[in-house]
Design a protein around this ligand. Sequence first.
Ligand code: GLU
Length: 473
Amino acid sequence: MANLADENKFFADVCKNFDSAAQFTNHPEGLLNQIKACNSVYRFQFPIRRGNGFEVIDAWRVEHSHHMSPTKGGIRYSEMVNEDEVMALAALMTYKCAIVNVPFGGAKGGIKINTKQYSVAELETITRRYTTELIKKNFIGPGIDVPAPDYGSGEREMSWIADTYMTMNPGQLDALGCVTGKPIALHGIRGRKEATGRGVAYAVRECVDVAEDMAKIGFKAGLGDKRVIVQGLGNVGYHSAKFLAEFGATIVGLCEYEGAIYNPNGLNVDEVFAHRKNTGSILGFPGATDFRNSMEGLEQDCDIIVPAALENQFTELNIRNIKAKIIAEGANGPTTPEAELIFTEMGGIIIPDMYCNAGGVTVSYFEWLKNLSHVAFGRMENRYAANSNANLIATLENLTGKTILPEHRLMIVKGASEMELVNSGLEDTMIHSYHEIRETLKVKPGTQTLRTAAFVNSIDKIAVSYMNLGVWP
Ligand code: GLU
């Protein structure tokens, strides 16, 4: 978690990573500076009624890059949030969208509150007022800037935002596309909630499936023998752990702010989740060793570590204690540039945040498309596909005189559901982008890390957009 000393470091760290990559591109300095800069930083305060008096809430929305519209990014609800952090996260959104070919600029929002200290009614007031402030300054809209969930916010907050926007923009046909991560009942999309974690699992799977790269760090290819520690049992951490286990990995450690647990024989993520819900703590899970100091949990024996909480978790002070050979960044900015340098020297691989956690915004893009097209994916073709597959089977059965087994028939005949289409689009995106980044690392070996290679790809793509816009000659 960012402390006060780090308050102005996160955006500088993102710029540092950008600069390390920029030297491997051929763009003029002015263009690079334009890409790097935060275009619009809106800081505002508003009052809410609390108890017998009022309280002033600090809030931000930062639109980092307008090379594409709308801009896109979540809203963080946290008492630690500050302007530098929102700027850094907005910048990461720009590079993230570019890396996975999602046609948005980057943005991020922040509301400085500890959500646990407010009632649901107060949270609703805050969210609706925040949205109104964005509307007043033209900082929200399906073609302008489209918020989404982030740390401390979820479907409930997104539905308040959508409702406020629709109320203030009556008759605007595409109004629902003003925010993503909405509940299904409010035209959200199936698979959005688990998308970031599912994307993290695809990213890790792609990385460990390349035998040549794994041999360099003394690993066999594949997830089957990999032991994983996940930090954070929130939406991203929980789903990353769940899908990694589904893909064959063993979850050996889970860390939360109250402590960490470790079991070399594996942990059942759902059981741990239920245990935490029932007891209020991750500690005391049957069969696992407890660590009251959560950071100690990260230093246990494993092959892969997934930080899925907040930024600045791995620094030059603790990175040498990490036993994992692969860090898969589910969170944004969990590894400082100094820590990355040391970890790379130690022979480790970092799957960078801007690619690794891009599953969320990828599926947000699908949700936005669904809202603009006003029809759910699969609705038009689902039945057609099922009927035509059934005809094909009938023809084959007639020609061969053989009958297909009922369970096989069921599998072949059905058309794709919205969820299946979303997951297929997400999987394809994560596979394609990984190999695009890896290719850059191969053809430009000076880049040295997946992060630098990913930045090179992003910068190149954004530069092309600026040139296409005619902004740059
Ligand atoms: N807050 C998420 C992120 O950091 C999702 C953003 C979005 O879906 O727009 O990527």
